[in-house]
Design a protein around this ligand. Structure first.
Ligand code: CA
Length: 228
């Protein structure tokens, strides 16, 4: 059974999420504090997606996210933010989260996002081309790794999916809508800004000079283009 961790200190919200996850066929694992979440993740390395509340009594959710990402690049992470915490969303994504949801949210929307993350984690098995090589970059589709001039670059699942899309479409301008649909799924109804935030983070990892990107270039008013 697919395991999902829910970190939320408010019992009412946590129970509500747990009931809905179980109804959707997930094995829900609960944590009420940041430390408890990290302990549960260590005990259950097969957790595929973690839902992290930001406001917690001990360490905040961003810190938990950062902590998870130091050792786990593949787990899907969804942050739960309060309404109108626009900056929090961006901070959450910069610390390595894949997605965020604003409270209050519908259980159907939450399970749709989790399903989308799980699909992305499982998608690589059907690929038949093993390696994509362009310029200094080698993307290994089987191992889901990226090397630049022989040095491994650690990517989150979302960053990997974006890189793969780029390398499958060299020199082609991709709209932000195309990227969102391809990476997050056609049924994803989140904001386009999530694309920009992830591209910004990807550039920090792959560009020689983030201020003057040469591999991922901006196509103003449209989207992005890959070239290497
Ligand atoms: Ca809370």
């Amino acid at each position: 059974m697919k395991k999902v961790l829910i970190l939320e200190d408010e019992l009412n919200i946590r129970s509500f999420v747990v009931i809905n996850l179980r109804r959707a066929g997930y094995d829900a694992i609960e944590a009420a504090t940041g430390q408890e979440a990290l302990d549960k993740l260590a005990e259950n390395p097969d957790i595929g997606v973690a839902i992290l509340d930001v406001m917690l009594p001990d360490i905040d959710g961003f810190e938990v996210c950062r902590n998870i990402r130091t050792t786990n690049k593949t787990i899907g992470i969804i942050m739960l933010t309060a309404r109108s915490q626009e900056m929090d969303k961006v901070t959450g994504l910069m610390t390595g989260a894949d997605d965020y949801m604003t409270k209050p949210f519908s259980p159907a929307e939450l399970t749709a996002r989790i399903d989308a993350l799980y699909r992305r984690i499982g998608n690589s098995a059907s690929d038949n081309v093993e390696e994509l090589k362009q310029g200094p970059f080698t993307l290994n589709v089987r191992n889901r790794t990226l090397d630049k001039a022989g040095t491994r670059i650690k990517l989150t699942q979302v960053e990997y999916a974006i890189m793969k899309l780029f390398m499958q479409n060299p020199s082609r301008a991709l709209s932000r809508e195309d990227i969102l649909a391809s990476v997050w799924g056609r049924d994803y109804d989140g904001e386009l800004k999530i694309v920009d935030v992830n591209i910004r983070r990807l550039r920090i990892k792959i560009e020689d000079d983030t201020a003057n990107p040469v591999y991922v270039t901006t196509v103003w008013g449209f989207g992005y283009k890959w070239g290497a």
